[in-house]
Design a protein around this ligand. Structure first.
Ligand code: G1P
Length: 287
């Protein structure tokens, strides 16, 4: 099987939960302290062996492209000033990593966004999909684990974690077969079910490794009641054709598509910094 070297980043979403900030800033550029969500996602991908980044964008998302552009003048200035730490912060993308920007055209959902990557993926190739607003802090690179598993049998592989019942209706939810360690075959998958009808407590996290065959399924997937093409609906179909498997996330994940997840992610990272940790503790003790 071909090495998995391409990752799709759907970044065309409207970020309505973060308005007015997202009027001009894509939600994927919102920072966890000083580093944007998309930068974390790209670093995870590169560390997992990804060599081509495919951003599926909307018309107003030039800022994401700008973020990964080199800034030679400022870089040279910092170098002259011997400020290597600032140079490192400017170098947002290794030079050898390719990036492609594909406009989504219309905001027709995650499945539609992923479908736009079809021309970039070859017939026998698997590719990754990363949703940058699922911010993950883990010892083991989550995407690398998915790639390892997908490469053993060429099957679509997704990341899941146990979700509280009151949050389950925000996620794709799997009906798992028998767990073998952190790995499970998936018998069914449902997009955003009610807690009462959810097939399990395992919600899908925004990390996927998919076969090229998902594109023809996506092309035929009907829109849902919100006029969106859901990736989950295509995965449900894929189960019949290629099978689907899931890996349980080890590590901590923050849903930065929600305000509480975003605030907690910032707090989590801040608490790892000695100085910020002390300041936060002192602030909270007076609250
Ligand atoms: C999307 C997917 C959903 C998945 C979630 C993970 O939903 O449709 O299946 O569980 O990402 O974050 P969204 O967050 O775009 O509503």
């Amino acid at each position: 099987m071909k090495k998995i070297t391409k990752a799709v980043f759907p970044v065309g979403g409207m970020g309505t939960r973060f308005l007015p900030a997202t009027k001009s800033i894509p939600k994927e550029l919102l920072p966890i302290i000083d580093k944007p969500l998309i930068q974390y996602a790209v670093e995870e991908a590169i560390e997992a062996g990804i060599e081509t980044l495919i951003f599926i964008t909307s018309a107003s998302k030039h800022a994401i492209s700008d973020h990964f552009d080199p800034m030679p003048d400022l870089r040279a200035k910092f170098l002259r000033q011997n400020k290597q730490d600032l140079v490192n912060k400017l170098d947002t993308l290794p030079i050898e990593v390719k990036r492609v920007f594909v406009p989504q055209g219309q905001p027709l959902g995650l499945g539609h966004a992923v479908l736009q990557a079809e021309p970039m993926v070859e017939e026998d190739e698997m590719f990754a999909v990363i949703l940058a607003d699922d911010f993950i802090q883990a010892d083991k690179n989550p995407l690398r684990r998915l790639i390892e598993v997908a490469q053993t049998n060429g099957r679509a592989t997704i990341s899941v974690e146990s979700v509280e019942p009151d949050r389950i209706s925000s996620y794709g939810v799997i009906a798992p077969d028998e767990w073998q360690g952190d790995f499970v075959g998936v018998n069914d998958i449902v997009e955003k079910p009610d807690a009462a009808s959810a097939p399990s407590r395992f919600g899908v996290i925004g990390r996927y490794v998919l076969p090229q065959s998902v594109f023809s399924i996506l092309a035929q997937t009907q829109m849902d009641h919100n006029q969106e093409i859901q990736l989950t609906d295509a995965l449900k179909e894929l189960i019949k054709v290629n099978g689907l498997q899931a890996v349980k996330l080890t590590g901590e994940r923050f849903d930065c598509g929600s305000q509480e997840g975003f605030v907690l992610a910032n707090l989590h990272v801040a608490m790892q910094d000695e100085k910020l940790n002390l300041q936060i503790r002192s602030y909270l003790s007076n609250c």
